[in-house]
Design a protein around this ligand. Structure first.
Ligand SMILES: [Zn+2]
Ligand SMILES: [Zn+2]
Length: 334
C-alpha cells in the first residue's frame, strides 16, 4: 500500500509500505478519508514522545471494511483503543483507561495510523456511518467528539444554563470551531467570542456561525467577564488570559496542550472559586452521539473541511505549520 510516513522531524515521505496483516478480533479498513489533527502536527514537530519516526500518523479516519465479519461496512473508526477491563473502561470513561493507545502511535506499543490506503483496527472500534452522512465527512467524527465532550464537561460545571453564559473560545482551529458550533447550534448560545491571532482562521470560522471574531488582545476580551472559557490552544499565555478573563465562580475548560506547564494565577483561582477542568478525548458514548450529530446536520453543513490528496499531504502539513492555511480541517484522500 501507499502511505504518507513521518520519517523525521518536519519530514513526511509518501512511499510503499507493507499492507497490514489480518489479525483475530480486528478488521482492515480501506481508508477513504483521514483528517490532519493538531496532535499530528505536534508529532511532526518532533514533540511527541509517543510518536517516534518512522510512523504512519493519522487517527481521524473513515472508509470501507475489506475483510471479516464487517466486510463492506462503511465505517468511521474510534481511534482510541482501550482495554475494556479497568475501572475506567467498566465505568464508561474509557478515555481515562491507563492502557489506552491511539491509532498512529508507536509508544508504548505500535499502532500504525491512517495516512495510508489500509489500516487494521480492533472490531470494537468500528462504528457505522449512517446513510445520510458522507463517508469522507465522517472522518471529522473524532475531533467533533473531542469538542462535544469538552462542551458537556463545561456545561456540567456551570451554575447557570449554558445558553445564558458569556463564552470565550480561544483558538480558531478545528477544535475551537467545533466547540463554538456545538455551543451555538446545539446549546443555542448567542453570546460567543472566538479569539485567535490569525485573521485568516477567524475569517474562515466566521462563515459558519454567529459569534464575534477578535484578536486575543481585543477590548471585548475583558477581565472578569466570561462565565466559561474554552482554551483550545493550551499555551501559558492563553491559560493566563483564561484565568484573567473568567468571572468569579466561572469555569476554564482546558483542551489544547501546546505547553504542558507554566505560571498560572492560583490566587484568583482560589479566592474567586474558578473551576479549572482538563479534558481529553471522549467516551465511547460521546463518539456514537457525535456521529448522529454529524448525520443530522445539528452543527450545520461541513463545508469548512478542505479535501486534499494523500500523496500531497506533506504540503498540507507545511502550510498548517506556516499558518498559511485557513481551513480549520484538512482531510486527506488516498
Ligand atoms: Zn484528532
Ligand atoms: Zn481500560
Amino acid at each position: 500500500m501507499k502511505a504518507l510516513v513521518y520519517t523525521g522531524v518536519e519530514e513526511l515521505t509518501y512511499r510503499d509500505e507493507k499492507d497490514p496483516i489480518e489479525k483475530a478480533g480486528e478488521s482492515i479498513l480501506e481508508v477513504q478519508a483521514s483528517g490532519i489533527c493538531g496532535s499530528d502536527m505536534h508529532a511532526y514537530h518532533g514533540k511527541d514522545e509517543r510518536r517516534v519516526p518512522p510512523l504512519i500518523l493519522g487517527h481521524e479516519v473513515s472508509g470501507r471494511i475489506t475483510n471479516g465479519k464487517f466486510k463492506d461496512k462503511i465505517a468511521v473508526l474510534n481511534p482510541l483503543i482501550t482495554c475494556g477491563k479497568c475501572e475506567f473502561c467498566i465505568s464508561k470513561r474509557e478515555h481515562l483507561c491507563p492502557n489506552r493507545v491511539l491509532l498512529g502511535m508507536n509508544r508504548p506499543y505500535e499502532r500504525q495510523g491512517a495516512f495510508a490506503e489500509l489500516i487494521t483496527v480492533p472490531n470494537t472500534n468500528i462504528y457505522d456511518v449512517p446513510k445520510k452522512l458522507n463517508v469522507t465527512e465522517a472522518a471529522v467524527a473524532e475531533p467533533t467528539a473531542v469538542a462535544y465532550h469538552a462542551v458537556l464537561i463545561g456545561e456540567k460545571s456551570l451554575k447557570k444554563d449554558i445558553k445564558d453564559c458569556r463564552i470565550l473560545v480561544q483558538g480558531a482551529g478545528a477544535i475551537g470551531l467545533l466547540c463554538s458550533l456545538i455551543l451555538s447550534k446545539i446549546k443555542k448560545n448567542a453570546n460567543i467570542i472566538m479569539s485567535d491571532p490569525n485573521k485568516l482562521r477567524l475569517n474562515e470560522c466566521s462563515k459558519y456561525l454567529d459569534a464575534k471574531f477578535v484578536g486575543p488582545s481585543d477590548k471585548e476580551v475583558k477581565n472578569d467577564s466570561f462565565d466559561i472559557v474554552f482554551d483550545t490552544v493550551g499555551l501559558e499565555v492563553s491559560r493566563q488570559q483564561a484565568i484573567s478573563v473568567v468571572k468569579p465562580g466561572g469555569s476554564i475548560i482546558h483542551i489544547g496542550l501546546t505547553q504542558p506547564a507554566g505560571e498560572f494565577n492560583f490566587r484568583k483561582a482560589t479566592l474567586q472559586e474558578v473551576t479549572f477542568i482538563g479534558t481529553y478525548c471522549y467516551t465511547n458514548q460521546d463518539f456514537s452521539d457525535t456521529i448522529q450529530i454529524l448525520a443530522n446536520k445539528d452543527i450545520g453543513n461541513l463545508d469548512w473541511i478542505e479535501y486534499r490528496q494523500l500523496k500531497n499531504g506533506g504540503n498540507a502539513f507545511k502550510q498548517i505549520h506556516d499558518g498559511t492555511c485557513s481551513a480549520p480541517k484538512i482531510v486527506l484522500i488516498p
